[in-house]
Structures are given as structure tokens and as C-alpha cells.
Write a protein that binds this ligand. Structure first.
Ligand code: AP5
Length: 232
């Protein structure tokens, strides 16, 4: 089925979730949170859900752990089962990090088709050379939440918080070595989704290399009046 929304009326009545597609570090999570705050629509992030499950030591979290730490995608069956629950009542959501493979996209399509919805895809265009710096830069104080960046806002002593003198931590999969693997997974398994969605539904591209506020503006400006968000 060609789910492409063909008229403005169709777009208003049929467009459901907004899918953010882009490489690790492209800024999907950052933009999803900003759009959520601005419009009050939910963000559903598979990465955040998985990290929460890891922190709570659930069966899903334990199963996902080794894949995430190795920079690999978590197996499709686990993700699809998890997302069927998460998406059951979230028709108009900003979805960040899902789908990431063709089987995930097909499962998502089937779920949306049952609700009579098509997604809108936003593709984050980036130059890979900036991604490693963006991802590996942040270190945080787990006690206070204070965040540093090794290049833009470094602590006085590497790995030590300026204020309480305690150790700073990095997301386990944000080391340079694991980031290289995450980018390779993206190229092989997720990048093909851009052509997939270009065939399936309305797909817009944004230049994700600019300042954070400029990227938000570009996304908002390109979103049609879907009922999910309205042009400023
Ligand atoms: P996930 O958490 O989804 O990570 P990711 O997409 O690989 O990477 P990021 O979260 O780092 O990227 P982002 O695009 O959200 O960028 P962000 O806004 O954070 O997934 C983690 C793991 O979970 C996966 O590797 C996999 O194992 C598993 N997983 C998740 N979903 C899965 C699925 N569907 N199937 C299978 N496995 C799955 O920004 C990054 C940094 O850049 C931040 O410091 C930010 O401040 C900065 N930044 C953002 N925008 C800008 C800007 N415009 N200019 C300068 N800096 C910027």
C-alpha cells in the first residue's frame, strides 16, 4: 500500500507519529525533547526506554545490555514487542530511535495501518566528521547531573567534577571505539530506511549541522499542519 498522504486534508486526518531518522549523534533526542516541550506531545525514545530498563535491571534491560555496550542494535523481536506496548496509545508522538531496521519499519507500518495512520519522517542530514566529537564529548556528574564537554566546556581536571571533586562518567556506549561501531550499524541497517520512507510517506530533510535552535526552527518550519504540530 502506498501510504503517501496526497492532499492537505489527508495530511490533517491521517498523519500520525513523527519519526526522527538520523545517525547516532545527529541530534534526534535533543530535538525531540525541544519539540515535546514546545508542543506538549510525547517523545518516545527507544534508547531512553532501554536505558531505563537497564537501570531498573528488568529482563529486557539485561537482554539489551550487551548489544548496547557493543554498539550493536538490539534484536528486532525485542524492540518490536517493546514498541507495540509503548505505541499502543500514542498516535501523535515524536518517535526517536525507532524504527531502525526494515523489519521494525514494516512492523510499525502494520501497527499504524490498523489505526488508519501514516507517519511523517524527518531525516537529519549530517556530516559524519562532527558526530564522533558530539557523542564522545559529554561527561557528567552522576551525583548532580552537571554536564561537561571535553572540547566546549571541559572540567579543570579531565574526568573530575570542578565542584565536588568526584568522578565524571560517560554514557557506556559513547566511547570513540563503540561510536565507530554504532555508525557502522547505522550505515548498514538504518540508513536504508531513508529510501524506504521516501517511498512510503511524506519525508522531509533538515540540515542537522547548524545550531540547536536553528535545527529546531528548520524542523518546525518543514512540518506540515498535521494536527500534531502547527507551523509558527
Ligand atoms: P539511542 O539512545 O537511540 O542512541 P543513538 O541514536 O545511537 O545516539 P544518540 O542518542 O547519541 O543520538 P541523537 O541523534 O539522539 O543525538 P543527541 O540529541 O543525543 O540508542 C542507543 C542504543 O540503544 C543503540 O546503539 C542500540 O543498541 C539501542 N537501540 C535504540 N533503539 C533501538 C532500535 N530501534 N533497535 C535496536 N536497537 C536500538 O545529541 C548527541 C550530542 O550532540 C549531545 O551532546 C547534544 O547536546 C549534541 N548536539 C545535538 N544537536 C546538536 C547541534 N545541532 N549542535 C551541536 N551539538 C549538538
Amino acid at each position: 500500500m502506498d501510504g503517501r498522504a496526497s492532499t492537505a486534508t489527508d495530511v490533517k486526518t491521517k498523519v500520525g507519529p513523527v519519526i526522527l531518522l538520523g545517525a547516532p549523534g545527529a541530534g534526534k533526542g535533543t530535538q525531540a525533547k525541544l519539540i515535546m516541550q514546545r508542543y506538549g506531545i510525547p517523545q518516545i525514545s527507544t534508547g531512553d526506554i532501554l536505558r531505563r530498563n537497564r537501570a531498573e535491571k528488568t529482563a529486557l534491560g539485561k537482554e539489551a545490555e550487551s548489544y548496547m555496550d557493543a554498539g550493536k542494535l538490539v534484536p528486532d523481536d525485542l524492540i518490536i514487542r517493546m514498541m507495540e506496548v509503548e505505541l499502543a496509545h500514542a498516535e501523535n508522538a515524536i518517535v526517536d530511535g525507532f524504527p531502525r531496521t526494515i523489519p521494525q519499519a514494516e512492523a510499525f507500518d502494520a501497527l499504524l495501518a490498523r489505526k488508519g495512520l501514516v507517519p511523517l519522517a524527518v531525516v537529519f542530514d549530517v556530516d559524519y566528521s562532527v558526530l564522533t566529537e558530539r557523542i564522545t564529548g559529554p561527561w557528567s556528574n552522576p551525583r548532580t547531573g552537571r554536564v561537561y564537554h571535553t572540547k566546549f566546556n571541559p572540567p579543570r581536571v579531565a574526568g573530575i567534577d570542578d565542584e565536588d571533586g568526584g568522578p565524571l562518567v560517560q554514557r557506556p556506549d559513547d566511547s570513540a571505539e563503540v561510536v565507530t561501531k554504532r555508525l557502522a550499524e547505522y550505515d548498514e541497517k538504518t540508513a536504508p530506511l531513508i529510501a524506504y520512507y521516501e517511498r512510503q510517506c511524506e519525508t522531509v530533510h533538515v540540515n542537522a549541522l547548524g545550531e540547536i535552535a536553528a535545527v529546531t526552527h528548520a524542523i518546525i518550519a518543514k512540518l506540515p499542519d498535521t494536527g500534531v504540530v502547527t507551523k509558527p
